[in-house]
Ligand binder design. Structure first.
Ligand SMILES: [Zn+2]
Length: 742
């Protein structure tokens, strides 16, 4: 999700402007996104809240920023040590005193921590649910005001969720010890059942409920037929290497531990830097793998679903599902680990029906072994079927995900999935091909599996074909000229459309005619077979950010960040995010104070790293003899162009919004981009000269960083869209970025 200052954001009106001042100083953000604003508003007024936000949506800011603003000690319950450690590290980076309870800490360390608590110096304290439920927990906070208890990954409370943790069910007891504290429950899982369970189990009192959009526009989704997992994975990893050969971060999910070990081995042997991760490794091995990935010593992790919940690495550029995930929730959450910095990332699922069958078997077995209820098994199998349907239907993936989570999706063409990018072709001769496959299954007496049937259709001379005398069948070779992969894919599509079905004969899966086969054979029903080209993936990788940036400079900044992070013993993305570095590589600032114009750079980060960054930018620019202090520039795209045309026609924001079915703030976002790059030079259609003067005068008085004080200084008479346009227009007049006339 975008974190640049140009993103569509709403300034929640009931949040005091002093809060935004703090937000800018500590985190470098001048605004909150819609649902963040709602959550923060609830926290500031001491009201309980449920925050449903997809992974990467800026969840932690919802409780961290009120905690800093209100003072006292906010307690954060988190299910994983790795997750807590990352949060505490990130908070230290921006200068917020935070700590976590570490049961492995030495006696001396524990005493120091207790002393800090006693002196009321900790703003956020992280603990596991187990620790929070111990009798002496409340006494740790003696003398501290505890304004809020934040419960992260709150879906762990629900047995309908995918990470059920029984201790979570007892967390409502904390209320007794901290009667003054409000409770904020946060989760990335959003089905109604889980949401209801959270409200009930945690006993939230008339909570504010904010649910943000489940769409992740910066992710590109593709479902490809599984052909050769190793080769397909290599291709994707290679595609994400930078010009200088740097690998990008990626996660490959496999179904079983065995698959993980095999794939990780094969990739290592082929010279790729990868680590395996699954529950069968020792805790130490797992810790090392995770640490190497987070610290960017290793770029690719091959893992089971056990990997990920504690991983906060924001610059993961691709997620591959080497087999089908268990449910849409899993898919959404696992793909959600890509592109958390808001930059582009790619999610590829390699689908095969064999995996679906194995998954069904695994679910049945685990139900048998754990004597789980019939309901549970049924619900799991049902979720798997929904996942399969998602893979097999040629519906926009963004739309399908968002609608699955109960939200609506208004974009016609997302421009970021295989369906909308035109990777899926309907095969023109679908009907004839389907009829040929069906009649072949019929001629072979419905007694063979997929491979034997494909052998016959292709007219293969294999020993099996000869032994069985299949050359004499009338269907022998009738689909010669197609590939084995194509036929396999089409047969899977036909299974999904109930034209074929798989029946287990002992250990051998046989292909039989399905319930819908007759209607196709008799020509009453015309099936649609899809050919997946994957063509759009072959195009060179799109730039990471929406604006253009200096790639060599970005590489140098990334190297510098790696060294600085090593020295400070933190993960690189904790130090500064990729988005921030990309914006620096675009603007090439010449002075430290210009860094405050980069979204996501807080005061402490500027004080700590500003000098080093400016030095690096300076030496790069003088070496290459290129100018510094550049405006952001945006590449063209069909969507952007559709706005550009309308800006040229000087249509009003309202009119453009209604023509393109978007809200006015989205139109403003594009207008601001066009102004910043200089393609719109006259803004009088949207804001008058006198309004611009007022906004500039206000900004000179209260500062350029925050919208609300400017709005207030203009006597609340100029709306936020106009302020954004005026501010964007103003530095465009003078290349130095300084107010005109100063
Ligand atoms: Zn789409």
């Amino acid at each position: 999700m975008s974190t640049t200052s140009l993103s569509t954001a709403v300034a929640a009106s009931d949040i005091p402007s002093r809060f935004f001042q703090m937000l800018q100083e500590v985190w470098g953000f001048s605004e909150l996104r819609d649902s963040q604003g709602q959550a923060v508003e609830a926290a500031l007024s001491g009201r309980d809240a449920l925050v449903v936000m997809p992974t990467g949506g800026g969840k932690s800011l919802c409780y961290q920023s009120p905690a800093v603003y209100r003072g006292g000690c906010t307690i954060v319950i988190s299910p994983l040590i790795a997750l807590m450690k990352d949060q505490v590290d990130s908070l230290h980076q921006v200068g917020v005193p935070a700590a976590r309870w570490d049961s492995n800490a030495s006696g001396q360390e524990k005493r120091e921590l207790l002393e800090q608590l006693r002196q009321q110096r900790i703003r956020l304290f992280f603990a596991s649910p187990e620790r929070a439920l111990q009798d002496d927990f409340a006494s740790l906070f003696k003398g501290n005001k505890v304004p809020m208890i934040a419960i992260d990954e709150a879906h762990c409370v629900s047995q309908w969720g995918h990470d059920f943790r029984p201790e979570y069910r007892q967390l409502s007891q904390l209320r007794k010890h901290f009667p003054e504290a409000s409770v904020m429950a946060l989760t990335a899982t959003a089905t109604q059942k889980v949401r209801d369970d959270i409200l009930q189990q945690l006993q939230l009192r008339s909570p504010s409920i904010s649910v943000s959009s489940f769409d992740r526009p910066n992710l590109t989704y593709r479902i490809l037929p599984q052909v050769d997992v190793l080769a397909q994975c290599k291709e994707i990893i290679d595609r994400h290497k930078s010009s200088s050969g740097h690998s990008a971060g990626g996660i490959i999910y496999c179904m079983r531990r065995l698959d993980v070990d095999q794939l990780a081995d094969s990739l290592s042997q082929a010279g790729y830097s990868v680590v395996p991760y699954h529950a069968g490794l020792t805790p130490q091995q797992r810790h090392q793998a995770q640490d190497a990935f987070v610290k960017e010593k290793v770029q690719v992790v091959v893992a089971t679903v056990a990997f990920g919940m504690g991983i906060d690495r924001s610059n993961v550029r691709f997620v591959i599902h080497a087999s089908v995930p268990k449910s849409m929730e899993h898919y959404q959450q696992e793909t959600g680990r890509a592109g958390r910095d808001g930059l582009r990332a790619e999610c590829t699922l390699l689908f095969s029906n064999r995996d679906v069958n194995s998954m069904r078997k695994l679910l049945n077995n685990s139900a048998d072994q754990s004597s789980a209820s019939k309901d549970w098994l049924e619900s799991q199998l049902n979720q798997l079927e929904l996942m399969v349907g998602f893979c097999k239907l040629p519906i926009c993936r963004h739309r399908n995900i968002v609608e699955y989570f109960g939200q609506s999706y208004s974009t016609e063409n997302c421009g970021a999935c295989d369906v909308c990018l035109g990777d899926l072709d309907v095969v023109t001769e679908s009907k004839v091909i389907a009829q040929k496959i069906l009649s072949c299954v019929h001629r072979m007496g419905e007694r063979f599996g997929t491979n034997a049937i494909i052998d016959v259709l292709l007219g293969s001379n294999s020993r099996d074909v000869q032994r069985r005398g299949h050359e004499s069948l009338s269907t022998f070779g009738i689909l010669k000229g197609h590939t084995r992969v194509e036929l396999k894919d089409w047969i899977e599509q036909m299974i999904h459309a109930k034209l074929l079905m798989v029946v287990q004969d002992g250990n051998y899966p046989l292909l039989k005619l399905g319930s819908q086969a007759k209607s196709v054979l008799f020509g009453n029903h015309i099936p649609k077979l899809i050919r997946t080209t994957g063509a759009s993936a072959q195009e060179s990788i799109k730039p990471l950010a929406r604006f253009l940036y200096d790639t060599t400079l970005l590489e140098r900044l990334l190297e510098w960040r790696q060294e600085a992070a090593d020295q400070e013993k933190v993960a690189p993305y904790v130090l500064l995010s990729d988005t921030v570095l990309a914006e620096i590589a675009a603007r090439r600032p010449s002075k430290i104070d210009r860094l405050s114009g980069v979204a996501g750079m807080g005061a402490k980060q500027i004080a700590q790293h500003g000098q080093a960054i400016i030095g690096l930018v300076e030496s790069h620019c003088s070496l290459k003899s290129i100018p510094m202090d550049q405006p952001l520039q945006f590449p063209s795209s069909p969507v952007r162009d559709s706005y550009g045309v309308r800006f040229k026609e000087r249509k009003s924001l309202e009119q453009i919004a209604s023509e393109l079915h978007v809200v006015e703030s989205t139109v403003t976002k594009y207008l601001v981009e066009h102004i910043l790059e200089g393609s719109v030079k006259d803004v009088s259609a949207w804001v008058s000269e006198s309004e611009i003067q007022k906004v500039i005068a206000a900004a000179n008085k209260v500062g350029y960083g925050r919208l609300i004080p400017i709005y207030e200084a203009c006597n609340s008479q100029i709306d936020y869209n106009k302020i954004k346009i005026a501010l964007a227009f103003q530095p465009a007049l003078s290349p130095s970025g300084q107010p005109k006339g100063s």
